[in-house]
Design a protein. Sequence first.
Length: 111
Amino acid sequence: MLLLVGCLPGLRGDAISSGEWPNYGNDAGGSRYSPLTQIDRGNVARLRVAWTYRTGETVGVPGPWGHYAFEATPVMADGTVVFSTPYNRVIALDAETGTKMGDHIVAFALP
């Protein structure tokens, strides 16, 4: 069993140490931990937003407490950020620029 676990890339530290975030919460356990050292106590106050992306799916959609919005937890691999929306769209963005690289509507039927 230990040999099998050691062979699974999602359970090892490969992605974590490379800066990728291939699973929800970064690793198979969802730890949300990154050993990267570029951000520390000395420079965290100087961080700025690099880019934002709006899907446009909830613009003007009224709700009981104002307008609806949503947040997604993306994954990142090979310089691409991927996330899904409440309307079954999967969107891929360039991690450096936020430019949309792809968009796909996932169709499914309930049994």
